[in-house]
Design a protein. Structure first.
Length: 439
C-alpha cells in the first residue's frame, strides 16, 4: 500500500497529473479539491457569502456529500447528484478557496479523506494533503509553476469546456488572489511539507510532469534489501532448497510490489528460511522476542529486519511496527498459530487473531501460504512443498468497524484457506486456551 500526497497552488495541473499517475500505478485518485468545490457550489446556490463562516457552517447539516469510486474513478454526489463541470467555474473556484479556509468545513471532510487512504493505495491532490490530511504519506510532492503558466493552463481549460466569455486577465488576477488567500490563511495554508519534493512544472508537459512524479515515487518507495538478501540469499537458497527438496507452487500469486501480509502455518523454526528461500521480494517476519537473544540466530533475525513481539502480552508497539511495515510496501510474514506444531493437522491447532488485526489496520491484502513437509518434520532429501495461495483482498475479509470478533473471523478465513490448500481439515481453528495461574 502506498499513499502519495500532491500539494500546490491552483492551476499547477495537480488533478490532471494525479489522474495520469494513478492510471500508471493502478491506484485510486482522490480529488480533494472537488469536495470543497461541491460545498462552494452549494453555498453559492444557497445565496450565502462563502466568506461568511457562520453561515457556511450552518449549511453543513443541510446537504449530503458522498464520495464513491466506480471502476477506479472518483464520483462525488452532492445531495445524490453528480455536479459535473458546474464545480469547475472561476466563481466556484473562489468559493471553494473561501470555504476551505473554515476549520469546521475541513473537519467535516477530514475523516472521509483519511478513511479512503486507510483502506486503499491512493494519490491525493490538494493544498494540505502532505501537511494535514496525510502527514505520514510515503511520498509527498509540492507541485508548482509560475502564475503566468498556471493562468494560461486554466484559461485554455475553461475555453475547451465552452467558456468563451472569460478572459486571460480575469483568470490570471483570480489566480494571484487565490494564491495569496491559500498561502496566508491561518487554517491549513498551502505550503510544502518539510519532507516534500518541490517540482516546478512551468516548462513541463503533462506527460513530462507525470514521468517526473513516477521517478520520485519509485525512488521514495523503493525498499532496500538487507545485505543477507542481496549477497547471501542467491548463494544459500539454491543449496538449502536442494538438500530439503523444497519446491514452490503459486509464486506468481505474489504481487511484484506493494504492501502485503503473508500468513503461513508453522512447523519449525526454519519455516522462515523455507519461505524466504523461494520469494524474490524481501520478507519482514514477526518473531518472538526470545529468538533475538539466541546466539547466531538472534543476529540473523535482526539482520533480516524482523519485528520483535512479546507473545505474553498485548504488544502494541509490535502491532504498530507491523502495520507500518506493511503500509510502507513491505511483505509482512506472520504465523497465526503463534507456536510451532510439527506433525499436527494445522486445523486442529489454536490460532491468534493478530493477522486479522494487522490486516484491518494496514488495509493490506493477504497471501495464504501452506508448508507441507512429509511427516511434519524437516529431513534431508524429503520433499517439502511451499504453496502460495491466491491473493485474498482486504475487502473480502469482512471488515466493517473492526473489533476482536472481526479480527478473529478474518484470521479464521485466512487460516482455513491455508488448511484447504494443504488438504487438511477445513475447520475453524479453536481459540487458544487461557493459561492456568499457578497457586
Amino acid at each position: 500500500m502506498i499513499r502519495i500526497a500532491i500539494d500546490g497552488p491552483g492551476g499547477a495541473g495537480k488533478s490532471s497529473v494525479a489522474k495520469a499517475v494513478a492510471r500508471e500505478l493502478g491506484i485510486i485518485y482522490v480529488d480533494t479539491g472537488a469536495l470543497y468545490r461541491n460545498i462552494g457550489l452549494y453555498v453559492l446556490r444557497a445565496g450565502i457569502d462563502p466568506k461568511d463562516s457562520a453561515a457556511v457552517i450552518s449549511t453543513l447539516d443541510k446537504f449530503t456529500l458522498e464520495l464513491r469510486f466506480e471502476d477506479g474513478k472518483q464520483v462525488i454526489l452532492l445531495d445524490g447528484e453528480d455536479m459535473g463541470d458546474a464545480i469547475r467555474t472561476p466563481e466556484v473556484s473562489m468559493a471553494a478557496s473561501a470555504v476551505s479556509a473554515i476549520p469546521e468545513v475541513r473537519e467535516y471532510l477530514l475523516n472521509m479523506q483519511r478513511d479512503t487512504a486507510k483502506k486503499n493505495s491512493v494519490i491525493m491532490d490538494g493544498r494540505d494533503i502532505g501537511t494535514v490530511i496525510l502527514p505520514k504519506a510515503e511520498v509527498k510532492i509540492f507541485l508548482t509553476a509560475s502564475p503566468e503558466a498556471r493562468a494560461k493552463r486554466r484559461f485554455e481549460e475553461l475555453k475547451s469546456r465552452g467558456n468563451t466569455t472569460v478572459t486571460y486577465d480575469e483568470v490570471y488576477n483570480e489566480m494571484v488572489e487565490r494564491d495569496t488567500n491559500d498561502s496566508t490563511r491561518k487554517t491549513a495554508p498551502c505550503v510544502p511539507a518539510e519532507d516534500a519534493v518541490i517540482l516546478d512544472n512551468s516548462k513541463l508537459t503533462l506527460e513530462g510532469t507525470r514521468d517526473e512524479i513516477l521517478k520520485i515515487v519509485k525512488k521514495k518507495s523503493k525498499i532496500k534489501k538487507s545485505l543477507i538478501y542481496t549477497v547471501l540469499k542467491p548463494i544459500v537458497a539454491p543449496i538449502y532448497n536442494f538438500f530439503i527438496c523444497s519446491r514452490a507452487i503459486g509464486l506468481e500469486n505474489i504481487p511484484k510490489e506493494g504492501g502485503l501480509i503473508l500468513c503461513a502455518n508453522h512447523i519449525s523454526a526454519v519455516d522462515v528460511v523455507t519461505i524466504g528461500a523461494h520469494t524474490k521480494r524481501q520478507l519482514t517476519f514477526v518473531a518472538k522476542k526470545e529468538l533475538f537473544s539466541v546466539p547466531l540466530l538472534g543476529w540473523l533475525v535482526k539482520s533480516l529486519g524482523a519485528i520483535k513481539v512479546d507473545r505474553g502480552a498485548g504488544d502494541v508497539s509490535a502491532i504498530k511496527a507491523s502495520v507500518k511495515a506493511a503500509q510502507a510496501g513491505r511483505i509482512l510474514s506472520i504465523f497465526p498459530q503463534g507456536h510451532r506444531y510439527p506433525a499436527v493437522d494445522p486445523a486442529k491447532t489454536p490460532i491468534h487473531h493478530g493477522a486479522g488485526l494487522i490486516a484491518y489496520q494496514s488495509g493490506c491484502d493477504v497471501i495464504p501460504v501452506c508448508i507441507k513437509v512429509k511427516g511434519g518434520k524437516y529431513r534431508l532429501f524429503k520433499r517439502t512443498e511451499v504453496i502460495f495461495g491466491k491473493l485474498i483482498k482486504n475487502s473480502d475479509l469482512g471488515f466493517t468497524e473492526g473489533g476482536i470478533a472481526e479480527y478473529k473471523a478474518a484470521t479464521e478465513k485466512i487460516f482455513n484457506e491455508i488448511c484447504a490448500m494443504g488438504g487438511y481439515s477445513d475447520l475453524p481453528a479453536p481459540t487458544p486456551k487461557a493459561k492456568k495461574k499457578r497457586k
